[in-house]
Design a protein around this ligand. Structure first.
Ligand SMILES: Cc1ncc(COP(=O)(O)O)c(C=O)c1O
Length: 365
């Protein structure tokens, strides 16, 4: 049994073959089509396809005008990429606490961390369960802060009826190999504002506008770059994988959500195990099924003996020296870090696998 699976649809294989045969492997019509399909099918707004979620997060910070010495508030319950994107911009990472019941950033803790240097809040929808976006966007409005959602885990999630990717000024997705939808490696930055969208499109390719810079007689495009641009675009090979995988995505997402529902139903009364909170105003994308367990090492060992892989996936990132070491006083983060563990949830699992996982956990550890 695998902890994650990587899905490549037969349409992806067909489209990649077509792209390779055409020899147009750079950014072209496949990327444009992938972006169009992402917004049509998933309701995300103005997606700008990139070569990773890390570059999409960095691009959001650049477009938002985050400068060295600015402070960006984020939770430590994430992958190192979220914090590194802030560091890449020279800004300071300020770690807020999480809600113990979800692993998501706590709006109360965000308020406590705001200073006159705070410019943005980066939130992470841990495991694919949306953060308290209404409260967070209200805080941002009050203090004139930019909200960037790190939705690497949350493709297909919804908050109060809206797709994640249509809620805040910026949302970054990941299409890396083991994510819900892969393009090999890749990502997208969704921008609610049209101006942000236009700027993100330019900056993902050195700051050169592909549409508005025609080549001169000398053979190179005409441009005058005034600020640093990046090589962050997705290419047509990745986009072809993505388009193919988008066709299966709704069915696969439903399957993961069904497995999540079964786990919740079957594991809700297991002693020594706490399920994470699930409010009915949001839809979980279930990239992970994280739980809080007592005697975690025993739990991991028992499941391993029964051929069931488990993982914390990511531990608090503030322990890394690059951020200056552990932030004291993150009480919920500390408890969550000791108890959290995820079991497999993906569409490669058979009904027998799911039953085996449930039965093993119910038998104790
Ligand atoms: C929360 C979070 N943010 C960002 C990333 C980075 O994604 P990518 O590998 O597409 O850059 C990941 C990757 O796992 C992640 O889990």
């Amino acid at each position: 049994m695998e902890f994650h699976n990587t899905h490549i649809s037969s349409l992806s294989i067909k489209l990649v073959k077509e792209v390779l045969e055409s020899t147009w492997v750079s950014e072209g019509k496949m990327v444009k089509s992938f972006e169009g399909k992402l917004s049509e099918q998933l309701g995300v707004v103005n997606p700008v396809a990139t070569n990773s979620c890390t570059s999409a997060l960095h691009l959001a910070l650049v477009v938002a005008g985050i400068k060295p010495e600015d402070e960006v508030i984020l939770s430590a319950q994430t992958f190192i990429a979220s914090g590194l994107a802030i560091k890449m911009q020279g800004a300071k990472t300020v770690f807020a606490d999480i809600e113990y019941e979800t692993g998501n950033i706590s709006p109360k803790s965000i308020r406590e961390k705001i200073t006159e240097k705070t410019k943005a809040i980066m939130v992470v929808h841990w495991s694919g369960y949306p953060c308290d976006m209404e409260e967070i966007n209200n805080i941002a409005q009050e203090h004139k802060l930019v909200v960037i959602e790190d939705a690497a885990h949350a493709l297909g999630a919804k908050y109060k009826g809206k797709a994640i990717g249509a809620v805040s000024r910026f949302t970054a997705f990941s299409f890396q190999a083991i994510k819900h939808l892969t393009t090999g490696d890749g990502g997208a930055l969704c921008c609610i504002d049209k101006d942000d969208y236009e700027l993100a499109r330019e900056l993902r390719w050195f700051g050169i506008s592909r549409e508005n810079s025609s080549p001169s007689i000398l053979g190179e495009r005409q441009y005058d770059i005034k600020e640093i641009g990046y090589k962050y675009h997705l290419n047509d090979v990745g986009a072809a994988i993505g388009i193919g995988n988008l066709s299966d995505f709704p069915v696969r997402l439903r399957k993961m959500q069904e497995i999540g529902k079964t786990y919740r139903e079957e594991l809700k009364n297991v002693s020594g195990l706490q399920l994470l909170e699930l409010k009915n105003d949001r839809e979980h994308a279930y990239w992970l099924f994280t739980m809080l367990v007592e005697n975690r090492l025993n739990f991991i060992t028992k499941l391993k003996e029964c051929n069931i892989p488990t993982s914390v996936v990511h531990q608090r990132i503030d322990r890394n020296s690059v951020f200056g070491g552990i932030t004291e006083g993150l009480i919920n983060q500390e408890k969550f870090d000791e108890k959290q563990i995820a079991i497999p949830i993906h569409d490669g699992l058979t009904q027998e696998d799911v039953n085996h996982i449930i039965k093993t956990i119910k038998s104790g550890w």
